[in-house]
Ligand binder design. Structure first.
Ligand code: CLF
Ligand code: SF4
Length: 520
């Protein structure tokens, strides 16, 4: 039995206005990262930029739907959905759904009631947690009772939290009305192909209406249902993100077709993620040696699709019980034992007050960037280069090199600083000592960058980075990332123009294949 919908009146109001909103979505380009075609990016502005108000309200504090918001706002997942109705060759069902998380991760499963308690506990501890997503550990819509019961409980007790869902799409058309009734504004569908011949190489079987389908027939059923579900959602004004796993030699070139197919059906954002594949994950692809893409291959595909629609580049492939900002993992602070012992004080006013402060910080950050951008006015250079940044969030350079578990990557040009991705790394600093092996993996992960911005760095890693041709920059400690990156780029251009240095292209970089960064 499906849960009742608490927000039907509001959902109906949204639907009434849908044609305008859909047209505005179709016209708009640039959210999630800086936009293509020279359009201003809503994702990089603190204000709503060129976004219509209805859409801005939906994305402004959703860390996945707005690149800019992900520096400031957190999401959490609750692992209430263990079963799945398909098999992907990059998934080992001993672990969480690999459509949204990295392979090899096992989340703590919860009942809907435990999940509701957890949401209140996290919301009272992390006031910038604005979104609750259900993304596994199997497929949320293969577990509809548990998924919708969880939404029902949370909508009643924590009405300011946005509800979000991620699905493989097979069961989606059957549940669109219930999703709309719960006022779920954000749905992700993982679509890896629109050609069943390619699909047969990714999906060995799907299970639908008590029957198992295999091969091309299975893939045809899946793609038809995914695209139908996408159309039904966008007709109702629900913002849809499409996740695609880039599998070199299987669907990498084909993803351009997928991009066009989902854009034409009203998808708002496309998130192309790298295949993470290693034998120890026990997946078909891992065991058959299927490789994932390099950093440059991934970026090139994302760049080629950006002209078509909004691309997401800040996805962290997070676990089904993830908690915190996208680059951090605070799930260990909220295990079931700890939650049950926790005193929960869900105070809407203090959450709002905290979020108002976050908004002030966003405005200050954008103003600082705009001011710095003016220094590049009149520069004619066509140099484009990447830099990486150690950050704990808030858009600041506020992490020590040795403590960074990931680096954010920005592309610098005379147009400014554009977020283009992130690289997970093994911690360099282990208990106060530098680990040389980890340093090598850090260098491989950011090898395509000209500089790395940090709050602090020791003498040894500094020298090794310089040897590798990557400039360690600590002069902007605790300052805003984009403003600092633009200032550094200006001085880089000055040095190139004066002949003090010669600009050289950097090589490729590696995407880390491990299952998970060490738990925070
Ligand atoms: Fe979770 Fe997904 Fe909602 Fe975000 S995650 S259900 S849309 S709230 Fe976000 Fe995590 Fe990437 Fe997903 S970074 S894996 S895209
Ligand atoms: Fe695994 Fe998710 Fe694919 Fe199901 S949909 S097989 S849980 S990756």
């Amino acid at each position: 039995m499906q849960a009742t919908a608490p927000h039907e009146a509001t959902a109906a109001g949204n639907i009434a206005n849908i044609e305008n909103v859909m047209q505005e979505i179709a016209d708009h380009k640039g959210c999630g990262t800086t936009g293509g075609s020279g359009k201003a990016s809503c994702g990089s502005a603190a204000g709503q930029g060129d976004l219509p108000t209805e859409i801005w309200e939906k994305v402004k504090n959703h860390p996945c739907y707005s690149e800019e918001a992900h520096h400031h706002y957190a999401r959490m997942h609750v692992a209430v959905a263990p079963a799945c109705n398909i098999q992907c060759n990059y998934c080992n069902r001993k672990y969480d759904c690999a459509n949204e998380s990295r392979p090899g991760v096992v989340s703590e499963k919860l009942t809907p009631e435990q999940a509701a308690k957890k949401v209140l506990a996290v919301a009272s501890t992390i006031p910038q947690m604005t979104v609750l997503g259900i993304a596994g550990p199997g497929d949320p819509l293969a577990n509809p009772e548990k998924t919708f019961k969880t939404f029902e409980l949370i909508a009643k007790t924590a009405p300011d939290i946005k509800l979000c869902l991620s699905t493989n799409g097979l069961a989606l058309p059957d549940h669109v009305d219930t999703i709309a009734g719960f006022n779920v504004d954000h749905v992700t569908i993982t679509i890896n192909m629109v050609d069943p011949e390619i699909g047969a190489k990714i999906y060995p079987w799907v299970f639908w209406k008590h029957k198992r389908y295999t091969g091309v027939e299975a893939a045809k059923l899946l793609t038809d249902r995914q695209l139908q579900g996408l159309e039904m959602l966008t007709e109702r004004g629900i913002l849809c993100k499409v996740n695609s796993v880039m599998i070199p030699g299987v669907n990498d070139k084909h993803l351009v077709e997928v991009n066009k197919a989902v854009k034409s059906r009203g998808a708002f954002l496309h998130n192309i993620m790298p295949l993470i594949s290693a034998p120890e994950h026990g997946t078909v692809f891992g065991l058959t040696g299927q490789r994932g893409p390099t950093a440059q291959e991934l970026k090139a595909l994302q760049d080629s699709c950006e002209g078509e629609m909004n691309m997401m580049r800040h996805c962290r492939q997070c676990r089904a019980d993830a908690v915190g900002l996208l680059g951090e993992d605070r799930s260990a602070e909220f295990t079931t034992d700890k939650i049950m012992a926790m005193e929960v004080n869900y105070d809407l006013d203090s959450r709002k007050a905290y979020q108002a402060k976050v908004e002030d910080e966003r405005v200050a950050k954008v103003a600082a960037k705009q001011e710095e951008l003016e220094t590049l006015a009149g520069e004619m250079s066509d140099i484009k280069l990447l830099v990486s940044v150690a950050t704990k969030g808030s858009g600041l350079i506020n992490e020590h090199f040795g403590h960074a578990k990931e680096f954010q990557v920005y592309e610098l040009s005379t147009a400014g600083a554009k977020f283009v991705g992130h690289r997970r790394v093994d911690l360099y600093c282990q208990g106060g000592f530098g680990d040389e092996e980890s340093l090598e993996t850090v260098i491989r992960a950011i090898n395509d960058c000209h500089a790395v911005f940090v709050a602090k760095i020791g003498g040894c890693p500094k020298a090794d980075l310089q040897k590798a041709g990557i400039e360690p920059v600590d002069q902007f400690a605790h300052e805003f990332i984009e403003k600092s990156a633009i200032a550094w780029f200006k001085s880089y251009l000055d040095k190139v123009n004066s002949g003090e240095i010669e600009h050289v292209e950097r090589g490729d970089a590696e995407i880390r294949q491990g299952a998970l960064i060490s738990a925070a």
